[in-house]
Design a protein around this ligand. Sequence first.
Ligand code: FMN
Length: 217
Amino acid sequence: MRLQARLRQLKSLAGPFAPFDTASAPGDPGALFLTWLEDAIAAGIREPHAMTLSTVDDDGRPDARVLILKNIDANGWHFASTKAGPKGRQLARQPHAALTFYWQPLGRQVRLRGPVAELGREVCEADFRARPPAARAGALAERQSDVIARDGEVEAALAEQTLRLERDPSLVSPAWTVYALDPTEIEFWQASTDRQHMRLRYRKTSAGGWSRDRLWP
Ligand SMILES: Cc1cc2nc3c(=O)[nH]c(=O)nc-3n(C[C@H](O)[C@H](O)[C@H](O)COP(=O)(O)O)c2cc1C
């Protein structure tokens, strides 16, 4: 079968899904996000805290990759990475991004957009220290997304950084950064098997509250 036909016969948004009563949604989208995240965890969805981070490069071209949600607080939605790699460079030049969550078994998508800020060194260092040793050694090499020039290069660098960490377990990569996206808009999207998907978009108002709109599916 040709790919086009093969793709068309795959099911999408097959459900069944819970209805989304937008009228009774809370005024604070953060509260709704936490409810949906807890629903995803309770549903046994694997990596419910995985999300796509979209950024733009110097030429205004989009780039995207999956990251792990680290926390949510007054600063926004946290994620952590090295600032020495592509996403870090892109965020340094254009500190705006989008985050997208998709919880497939629930037919739910959440989209956030907003400015991104680096959190203080204390937060970054605490996040770094909480990572498993292999992840810390990898980050200490500070080569994420570099081209591998020769065989064995990665293994040698990891061995060297593992040794450094063993000698000094308090070592922290200075490039390791926790970022927070402070959303200016958040959209909650609930699939419906009749294709009348429910969409609720919150937008931050100049007074610091939130306005809400339902969107066409
Ligand atoms: C499920 C999953 C979780 C990931 N979590 C992270 C993360 O928290 N931080 C990170 O830097 N990269 C994470 N990655 C790797 C990124 O997707 C990406 O490959 C890497 O950060 C390099 O991105 P860049 O070249 O755009 O800077 C994760 C990948 C997957 C599939």
